[in-house]
Design a protein around this ligand. Sequence first.
Ligand code: NAD
Length: 508
Amino acid sequence: MVSETQLGADVEADAGTEATGDVTASNSLAAVPITVARGDGIGPEIMDATLRILEAAGARLAIEEVEIGEAVYARGHSAGIEPGSWDSLRRTKVFLKAPITTPQGGGFKSLNVTIRKSLGLFANVRPCVAYAPFVQTRHEGMGMVIVRENEEDLYAGIEHRQTDEVMQCLKVISRPGCERIVRYAFDYARANGRKKVTCFTKDNIMKLTDGLFHKVFDEIAVEYPEIENEHWIVDIGAAKLADTPEIFDVIVMPNLYGDILSDVAAQIAGSVGLAGSANIGEHGAMFEAIHGSAPRRAGQDVANPSGLLLAAVMMLVHIGQPDVAERVHNAWLATLEAGITTYDIASPGATPVGTAAFATAVIERIGTSPVTLPAVTYPADQPPLAIPPALQHEPQTKTMDGVDVFLHYYDRDPAVLAEALTAAAGDASLKLQLITNRGVKVWPNGLPETFCTDHWRARFQSAEAGATTRSDVLDLLHRLDKAGLDFIKTEGLYRFDGELGYSLAQGQ
Ligand code: NAD
């Protein structure tokens, strides 16, 4: 169901021009169509507060309201959104979204992941700022922006149960995906006067997937000589971020690390309740608080609307209303300076206000600026960041050295499996080279101490590198099948322009 209301002036016929870069159009007084969802839990309260402030600040919005979340899941829509709502999102291309409650258990898909991926919202931009001395923080100088890749990594949602004992989740990292997000991070840094872009990965362990992200970061960094660049292994990077966040400026990360560390960064800056985020893509943009629906706080008029409000500020800049964004942001900063806060960021001894009263306090300060905290400015003539294209590259020469066959096998003795595989393969052109269990080599010459599950990887290779054909693989699998061996998947061992496209086993 879609319902419509209007804030501000006449409806702009085509919001797409506003959102994608026509500055002349973007400064018009026409109302821009946006889609709004109030969500679940504290969502409706913080959305009410946010919309009241936007209206009072003169935002020119034609709001299409859609329903998402718990009630929609309950009506049998597995991603928590109805077909009519997609029509609205595709029409307006701008989504201001309150948090929803994700149902527990199987059969449901994450609405957030579905929207981000369906609309190609590849970049998640999360500013994490300290507001000392008005919001308690141990990191007064903190003012970083986390740019999180939003579509790939372990969030590809490709998970399988493969054996009695083993589940698998595929980590998918693509070159176009890395190029886009890294370029966006550097473009963002350049456009916003940032001095440094840092990359976090775990490429000492995941040499191909995280290795690609790091490699692309190094390739693209040289195109931005005026911006310092550095790479940290994510574990020590995360420790530094928690300890001395002020040393970071813009950090770009693959999806999972970005998800976790942007919550950490927001919390140590002051509160998760203060952080907004923008999800940016070619076909639209979604703006939301980074926190969830906090069901325990729902309906009590206590939740902090600031995260959603700051997301709305990012939205106003995106749709070409920087004047309104500036008014809202500065009024909000002035409210913090006046000591008016919700419970989550209230100083010891101070009396917190409720959600609605906080919104009223911000409205009362529209037109004022903070005195101690730096006032924000959003220049009227700054065009929106261009969306980097997802480039297709020339295919490389691909050759195959062999195949990894994954098996479900009950006997825990690798020697027994090796004997069965060797006998089954017989005179096949692919020969058994090694067996691993959970990635550790257990045959030949494994250690008896290594614990083995029922999930095995057997590596078969041809005598000569690059000499394996798909028919060789099919012949091998046919032989294993005839011997009753339960292969559950295969992975080709490829080289691209001669470069290894597979990892060596631990212990190999
Ligand atoms: P949460 O962020 O909703 O809440 C955790 C705690 O943080 C709350 O109990 C509350 O004490 C505090 N908090 C969060 N937002 C606040 C605010 N605006 N003002 C004051 N205090 C606030 O995390 P959760 O409890 O793990 O998740 C609750 C539900 O939200 C789950 O169903 C989860 O799946 C969902 N969720 C949705 C989104 C989204 O829609 N974008 C994001 C994260 C979690």
